[in-house]
Structures are given as structure tokens and as C-alpha cells.
Design a protein around this ligand. Structure first.
Ligand code: NAD
Length: 351
């Protein structure tokens, strides 16, 4: 891929689909099935053009390979995008057509929710494919993965706080949460409960109003990235940490739920030069994947919760490794994932 600056290799398979009848336009990208079937959510988004949808799905699916590998899950990496505005284009007919597309891949790709899709949508997709997780509890799934994603982000942030300030708590710290969607709204509640002062922003006024009602301690602001902060938590779309925003960042820690937070891999060097600790996104936001992976092993909710709490230890280990080798946390995390993939490759090759 044009993005690989490591040795993760190219994508195994990229499927473009256009179904005239339902209007479905989708791309499914299977990055790797080395550790197991490629699992990753379906993003339903009004991309400006097909090229940006392809760029997004290639980057996201590669991130899923890293996420599963670093979390110790027997899953590969994949992701899908449906092009269009979910508020207008999302119909049962379209989701069923999409389910048939997933089914045609024979289980090499397993889908789940993401931006623009919900557990209810997974129930509809599940009418035409078996290869779907994160359906509603009523349909036999584990439901919305956002609460577990938020819990994992919170634990990742506590681990980073421990490394930075000596105690694994956000008590008395100012945390800026950007994006108050499915994950962000759960994260703010956990932070307030831990004693943090929370500044939050969302482009959707309704999302801000919902959070103000549910967690009145939160201060709604227009922008968080350049506010006076101890921690910046990107929980909206990716690429908000860039050469443009890093110079204005006052936070000592960047840790959030968004995928692909760094505009380019080099941004991490700029963060590190300014003494900012970045918790790699694919580690911080692994709670949702850990939850849905539990469906495949028939894990209980308690088992899943303790595995999500263990994100704290995973992050701590990566930060320790980075410090020991004098490298950035992102590179350390990629190295951990890479080692597992190399091992699997050697075994697959009979070596
Ligand atoms: P969501 O669509 O429910 O919420 C995203 C929110 O961000 C929306 O409320 C939207 O209005 C807001 N937003 C968009 N652009 C913004 C901007 N420029 N400034 C401020 N707010 C903005 O999505 P979600 O499920 O909460 O996921 C959030 C992020 O976390 C995404 O990047 C997603 O890929 C990632 N993620 C989610 C999960 C999960 O379990 N849901 C798991 C891993 C990663």
C-alpha cells in the first residue's frame, strides 16, 4: 500500500461492489488473514469521492490487523466502507445487499459496526450473512461495542497518566474530548467519575445537548484540540493530529478512540519532540474489538470486561518497551504486532 512504512505487507484482497437495484456502493478491504478471519466494522459515510473512500478503507483495515495482533486476538484485519449519507441512503434493501456481499467472501471477512452503522443495522445485515458480530442482544449479539471501547480508552489513558505523572488517574486533570458520539459520551462519564475536568466538543449540537443533560459536569466548548489541556482525546474522525495542530497542542498525552489519529506517521516524531506522549490509537481503542471477538469464543460479559481492563497493562507494556528502546510508542506497538505476525507467517510456512 502507499501507506506502509513498516513491513506489514500489502492487502490480501480488495473488493469493490456496486449494486444497481439497492444503490449499494461499497468497498471491503481484507488486509490480513494471517492470524484468523479479517474482522472489522463497516463505515457508512458520505465520502466526497471514491478515492477518499478507498484511502480510508485501506488505512482502517491495516489498523485492524495491528489492533488484533497487539491485543493477542486470533483475528486478522479487515474493514468496509459504504459510500453515502447513512441518514438518507441507509435502507433495509441496501443493508441486505451488503450482507450478501459479506457472505460471498465465505467468512474471510466478518463485519461489525463503525461510524454510521449500529447494532440494529448489524441485525439487518445478519439476515443475509452469518459473518456479522455486534448485533443486538435480542438477535444474539453482544450489542453496541462503544461502552467497552470507551472503557479501554479510559484504561489506556490511566496507564499513560501513570507514566507521565506517577499515578494512574485523571483526577484533577483537564481532558478534552473531541466527538461525543457512541464512544465519546461514555468516555466523558468515566472521566468525570474519575475526578477529571472535562472539556468536550462535537459538530452536532444534539450530541452536545445530550451530554450536557446526562453529564452536567462537562463543559461544552467549540474546539478542544488547541484548548488548555492535560490530555487530548480524539473521539471523532481521524487525522486530527497533524503538522497544523501539533504546534498548538498544550496536552502532555494524546489518547482517544478515533482510528488513524495521526495525519502521517511522522507526526508522532513531532509529538515526541514536544514531549507529548501518544498512546497508539489501535491499542487505545481495542476494547470494542475485544468485545466482539468474545462472541466467537462464547465469552461472558465479565470475561470481556476483564480483558478490556487489561488494555491498561498492554499500554503500560508498550510504553515501557518504547522507553527502554528509546523509540516512540507507535513504533514499539507496531513492533509488538509485527513480531506476532512474523511468528504466524513462519508457522504457516512450516518453519
Ligand atoms: P459516532 O459516529 O457515534 O461519533 C462520532 C462523533 O464525532 C459524532 O457525534 C460526530 O458529530 C462527531 N464529529 C465529527 N466530526 C467532528 C469534529 N470535527 N469535531 C467534533 N466532533 C466531530 O462514532 P463512534 O462510534 O463514537 O466512534 C468514534 C471514533 O472512534 C471513530 O473514529 C471510530 O472509528 C472509532 N472507534 C469506534 C469504536 C466503537 O466501538 N464504536 C471502536 C474503535 C474505534
Amino acid at each position: 500500500t502507499p501507506f506502509a512504512e513498516d513491513d506489514l505487507g500489502t492487502h490480501e484482497r480488495i473488493v469493490h461492489a456496486h449494486d444497481e437495484r439497492s444503490g449499494l456502493r461499497a468497498i471491503i478491504a481484507i488486509h490480513s488473514t494471517l492470524l484468523g478471519p479479517a474482522l472489522g466494522g463497516t463505515r457508512f459515510y458520505p465520502y466526497p469521492d471514491a478515492g477518499s473512500a478507498l484511502t480510508d478503507v485501506l488505512r482502517l483495515s491495516r489498523g485492524m490487523t495491528l489492533k488484533a495482533a497487539v491485543s493477542g486476538l486470533d483475528l486478522g484485519g479487515g474493514k468496509a466502507v459504504i459510500l453515502g449519507d447513512p441518514r438518507r441512503a441507509k435502507t433495509a434493501t441496501l443493508l441486505e445487499a451488503y450482507g450478501r456481499l459479506v457472505e460471498s467472501l465465505g467468512g474471510t471477512y466478518i463485519t461489525a459496526g463503525d461510524v454510521g452503522t449500529t447494532s440494529d443495522d448489524m441485525d439487518v445485515i445478519g439476515r443475509t450473512t452469518r459473518h456479522v458480530v455486534a448485533r443486538t442482544a435480542a438477535a444474539g449479539g453482544s450489542g453496541d461495542s462503544a461502552p467497552m471501547t470507551a472503557l479501554g480508552v479510559f484504561e489506556a489513558m490511566r496507564a499513560a497518566a501513570g507514566r507521565t505523572w506517577g499515578a494512574p488517574t485523571l483526577d484533577g486533570r483537564t481532558v478534552g474530548v473531541e466527538g461525543l458520539g457512541k464512544v465519546g459520551r461514555h468516555l466523558v462519564a468515566l472521566l468525570v467519575e474519575d475526578g477529571a475536568r472535562v472539556l468536550a466538543a462535537d459538530v452536532d449540537p444534539q450530541a452536545c445537548a445530550d451530554v450536557s443533560r446526562d453529564v452536567p459536569e462537562v463543559t461544552i466548548v467549540d474546539r478542544v484540540v488547541d484548548a488548555e489541556l492535560d490530555v487530548y482525546a480524539p473521539c471523532a474522525m481521524g487525522a486530527t493530529v497533524s503538522a497544523t495542530t501539533v504546534p498548538g497542542l498544550t496536552a502532555r498525552i494524546v489518547c482517544g478512540a478515533a482510528n488513524n489519529q495521526l495525519a502521517t506517521p511522522q507526526v508522532e516524531d513531532e509529538l515526541s519532540a514536544r514531549g507529548v506522549l501518544w498512546v497508539p490509537d489501535f491499542v487505545a481503542n481495542s476494547g470494542g474489538l475485544i468485545q466482539v471477538a468474545g462472541e466467537r469464543t462464547a465469552s461472558t460479559a465479565d470475561d470481556v470486561r476483564s480483558r478490556v481492563l487489561a488494555v491498561h497493562g498492554t499500554v503500560d507494556g508498550i510504553l515501557a518497551l518504547a522507553a527502554e528502546h528509546g523509540e516512540t510508542p507507535g513504533r514499539a506497538a507496531v513492533r509488538v504486532a509485527q513480531a506476532r505476525l512474523d511468528d504466524a507467517r513462519t508457522r504457516a510456512g512450516g518453519g
